[in-house]
Write a protein that binds this ligand. Structure first.
Ligand SMILES: Nc1ncnc2c1ncn2[C@@H]1O[C@H](COP(=O)(O)OP(=O)(O)O)[C@@H](O)[C@H]1O
Ligand SMILES: [Mg+2]
Length: 256
């Protein structure tokens, strides 16, 4: 893990009215790393993601992705050119399409957006589709969705839909993924699957991650480094063990 960080955010600030949602926060994600972003509800984690990924405009601060200044880029441009993707707390899948189609369409939208908007699925050359299908099938296997791959996504459980969404994000070969509470509201078996899929994406596909997560066991087991926000400010940053033993973090977040 040497060289330039994949993501470097300096002095990011964002207010909503009188609320300073994010207050002068600087963080980085090293290339190849899984980093965690934790903190109490309302501490500014999602706003930090919004401002980093072009969904909201920061009041001030700089965002550098893979050495390039992307401050002010739109969400779409950051996704397509920057290859930085983010998930939302709410799960979004195409409910009437089957699992495999969901993944192929995700790959297609990024590779050939004009084709998607003109023709929809199914009009790509056979070799293009078969490349996407192969990648989709690898990811479907990895996510434990092989047996349900021909079922409409809408028929599957919330946890399985989360896995579909996550596998879909891996289709366009992102460099960096920001996940907003990926484990919220899903059962322990699916949590294990999501963890395995994140680790696979990180180790085998070389994707770096910044993950907002309240499940502290997951954070300490997969994150190399953890950053803590409290009331919009960075409270602490360090190895997982240092963070859970940090008295300030315990008081602000971990309940004493
Ligand atoms: N779009 C918005 N409009 C107004 N206030 C917002 C908006 N987004 C977030 N906030 C406020 O900013 C603060 C941080 O919220 P958020 O980033 O969602 O925190 P977290 O994700 O850590 O729970 C909260 O006080 C929240 O009410
Ligand atoms: Mg949030």
């Amino acid at each position: 893990m040497t060289g330039l960080p994949i993501l470097e955010i300096s002095n990011l600030t964002k207010s909503y009215g009188a609320v300073k949602a994010v207050d002068d926060v600087s963080i980085h994600v090293e290339r190849g790393e899984i980093a965690g972003l934790i903190g109490p509800n309302g501490s500014g984690k999602s706003t930090f993601f919004d401002c980093s990924t072009g969904l909201a405009k920061p009041d001030s601060g700089k965002v550098r992705l893979d050495g390039q200044d992307i401050t002010g880029w739109t969400l779409n441009r950051i996704a397509r050119e920057g290859r930085m993707l983010r998930s939302f707390q709410k799960t979004v899948v195409f409910k009437s399409l089957d699992v495999e189609e969901n993944l192929i369409i995700a790959g297609q939208m990024f590779s050939f957006p004009w084709l998607f908007s003109t023709f929809g699925i199914g009009k790509l050359s056979r070799s293009r589709v078969s490349g996407l299908r192969e990648r989709a099938q690898d990811l479907i296997r990895m996510a434990g969705l092989w047996d349900v791959r021909k079922q409409p996504a809408g028929n599957l459980s919330g946890g399985q839909q989360k896995l579909i969404q996550f596998a879909s994000m891996l289709m366009p070969e992102p460099k960096l993924i920001l996940l907003d509470e990926p484990m919220a509201g899903i059962n322990p078996k699916i949590i294990e699957r999501v963890v395995e899929t994140i680790l696979y994406a990180n180790k085998s596909l070389g994707v770096s991650f910044l993950i907002i997560e309240h499940n502290i066991d997951v954070v300490t087991s997969i994150c190399r480094r953890v950053i803590v926000l409290d009331q919009g400010r960075k409270l602490a940053e360090g190895l997982p063990q240092e963070i859970i033993n940090d008295q300030r973090v315990r008081e602000a977040y971990l309940g004493g």
